[in-house]
Structures are given as C-alpha cells and as structure tokens.
Ligand binder design. Structure first.
Ligand SMILES: Nc1ncnc2c1ncn2[C@@H]1O[C@H](COP(=O)(O)OP(=O)(O)O)[C@@H](O)[C@H]1O
Ligand SMILES: [Mg+2]
Length: 365
C-alpha cells in the first residue's frame, strides 16, 4: 500500500532545489559548478558530498547549510546528510609549462625592496595552509633570499634519485635560493645561472602535491624580474606596497609588469601602514589601477621580530589583527583563483603547441 510518506523523491527534484544555491564568488549555481557529488536517495534520506573549490572559503559553513536546507525543502525528504570537502581547481596552463603537481602559482611582487614582500609571501602561504590547503613556498628573490630565515629553516635540502627534496616547516614545503647562498653573502647571479636555478626549483624538486605555490619574486620590474616571471607559470599576482603616495609609482610599475605578462593581478596589499608612513596609499593605488585592494597590515614590531626569529605572525600571534588580515587576504586570493579557473577555457591547440616548443631546449629566456 502506498501512503503519502512513501512518495518517491527523485534525483531531479533534489538537483532542481540545489540549483537555487548560488556560489557567491563564482556567481553560478552549485549544481552546474559540479560541487554536488555522490548524490544518493534512500527512501526519505538524501546524502551527497558538497565539494568546495577551495578550503579557504570563509562562507563554507553557511554554504553547506544552504545546500542542506535546499535539499531538505524537497517534499518527502526527511533527512539530509551533507559531507563537506574541498578540491582546489587547477590552473590548466601550469601543466603546459611545468611538470610538477602544482595546481596554482601565486607570485608576490613589489616595485622595490624593503616593503615587506617576503613577509607577506610567508604569511600568505601559512594562512592558506591554516585554511586547510596544501601549500608550498618558493623564494626566487635573487637580491636577498630570506624566506628560509623567516620560516626558521636551516641547512641544505637533500638530493634523492637526482631530485631535490624540499624542506618542510609549519606544514608547508619550502625551497629558497637562500639554501644555496651562505647567509649574509651576496652572490651575483648571472642570467643563465639564475634561469637554471629557478628552473631546477620548479622541475627538479620532488614537490608533493600542492594547491598553491607562493613565489617570492625579486623586487622591481627589471630584466631579472621579467625573465623569471616568464619562466614561472603564474596563475595570479599580488603586489605589496607601502602607504606613502610616492609608493604609487612603484606599485604601478609592478602591476603593469604583471599585466604585460598577461598575469591576472589578484590585488594590492598595503603593508607598514601607521603613523610613520601614513595610510591609504595602497587603496588609492588599487583604485587608480583598477585592481582589487586586498587589505592593510599595520606597522607592528611583532611582525619584524617574527620574521627575524623564524616565527611568522600568523603562527606566533594568531589572534592579532595582522594574522586575521593575512587569513582574510588568503581567502580573497583563493576565491579569485577559483573564479579564474572556473572561467578559463581549456588551453587552445595553439597554446599546447607553444608549450611543446617551450619544453624543448632552453628557449629564448
Ligand atoms: N608590517 C610590518 N611591521 C613591522 N615590520 C615589518 C612589517 N612588514 C615587514 N616588516 C619588516 O621589514 C623588513 C623588510 O621586510 P621584508 O619582508 O624582508 O621586505 P622585502 O621582502 O620587501 O624586502 C623585515 O625586517 C620585516 O620583518
Ligand atoms: Mg624579501
């Protein structure tokens, strides 16, 4: 005998209800975005996996509640089980240039040195890791590699089966030009040597699978910078600036350099805001350049001490304003990369062909 409660719930009904949930970053419904996986309907119970495009999503619990409620609203459904997961989409252009298990590359750049580029790169990497992403950091700053010091990592990486094993710290993988240079000693990298070092860091390192590789680029927009940036497949660029109005010219050059390389600019971050340097230059620059403003980090002695002692602020003082800003920055960057990856068409035949040429011989760089 069929009673009302025996009424079969169809997959179609559940999916139609779920289509009403729109991802706020990607502006599309969760069904067409492929975020609903393993949908099962057993009598009056609906179960599925809800797969976010990044774990660095501040709205993940709200969104999960929204899909739960949407499925519950279907007539005849009594119970809904949602399993929340995240799988970071990959930048499909990376594999054209690179043979490494890296889904996205975030380059951190600045118009000049000393503005806190490495500080931002290190804390951004740690913040992404805190959100639950798999992260690596690569220090490509030829002029003053110090990411290893900021992360408190000493020594030289091991070589196993002709592959360099990256160092690990705070849950992230790290390779730094600083591993090759004795502390305090400057070495003059000639073009081809630098080119080879960076290529090795990308390809001859046994990177473990990672969602985001953060690269600390050399400051400025000179030749070294440009040829490096061309060598690395960059998914998105972050520009660090100080607040003074004079910094505007520097950040403009850094943004223009990314644009010239067709690298999407994820945004500008203003560092060292406060009494001495003032405030607002970064925001002004982002407005004038038409790129997002990602946030502001105050001038804070704890940040410097954290860098000097290998205990970055995101870890040493997680409740601080700065740590929270870095977490927020990480979420913004991750969301923008999700959007870019969702919208990016598959590489064209032409791009694939170009990449084959690129992989043969040293090329023009
Ligand atoms: N917001 C900040 N407040 C205080 N000191 C900072 C801040 N950001 C960076 N620093 C310090 O300023 C110095 C330069 O920062 P660094 O990240 O090495 O700059 P860059 O990589 O641009 O040359 C370092 O000693 C660092 O610890
Ligand atoms: Mg630096």
């Amino acid at each position: 005998m069929m009673s009302k409660s025996d009424k079969r719930v169809s997959e179609e009904q559940v999916l139609n209800a779920l289509r009403k949930v729109i991802d706020p970053d990607l502006h599309r419904d969760v069904v067409s975005l492929g975020m609903i996986k393993d949908l099962k309907i057993e009598n009056d119970t609906v179960s599925f996996t809800f797969e976010l495009t990044t774990p660095a999503c501040p709205l993940k619990d709200q969104l999960t509640k929204a899909v739960h409620d949407a499925a519950s609203s279907v007539p005849g459904v009594k119970k809904v089980n949602v399993k929340q997961t995240a799988k970071v989409k990959k930048d499909t252009r990376i594999e054209l240039k690179l043979n490494a298990p890296i889904r996205n590359v975030i380059a951190v750049s600045s118009g000049k040195g000393g503005v806190g580029k490495s500080t931002v790169a290190v804390n951004l990497a740690l913040a992404l890791n805190k959100w639950g992403a798999k992260v690596g950091i690569m220090d490509a700053d030829v002029y003053g590699p110090n990411v290893n010091i900021m992360l408190g990592v000493n020594g030289t990486p091991r070589v196993e089966n002709k592959k360099i094993v990256p160092m690990h710290t705070y849950g992230i993988q790290i390779m730094s030009l600083g591993f090759l240079v004795p502390p305090g000693e400057a070495i003059l990298w000639r073009g081809p040597m630098l080119h080879n070092a960076v290529k090795q860091f990308l390809e001859d390192v046994r990177w473990e699978e990672m969602d985001y590789l953060v690269v600390d680029l050399p400051p400025g927009t000179g030749d070294a910078h440009m040829s490096l940036a061309q060598l690395i497949p960059i998914s998105g660029g972050v520009v660090v600036t100080t607040p003074q109005t004079v910094a505007l010219a520097d950040s403009t050059r850094a943004v223009t350099a990314f644009k010239k390389l067709k690298v999407p600019v994820l945004g500008i971050i203003e560092n060292m805001s406060g009494n001495v340097f003032g405030e607002g230059g970064g925001e002004l620059a982002s407005q004038e350049l038409g790129v997002p403003f990602l946030g502001r980090i105050g001038l804070n002695p704890k940040i410097r001490v954290g860098g000097d002692t290998g205990r970055p602020i995101v870890f040493s003082d997680p409740e601080s304003e700065a740590a929270k800003t870095f977490l927020d920055l990480a979420a913004k960057v991750a969301s923008e990369l999700s959007r870019l990856n969702a919208e990016r068409p598959e590489p064209s035949a032409e791009e694939k062909l170009a990449s084959m040429k690129l992989n043969v011989g040293p090329g023009a760089g």
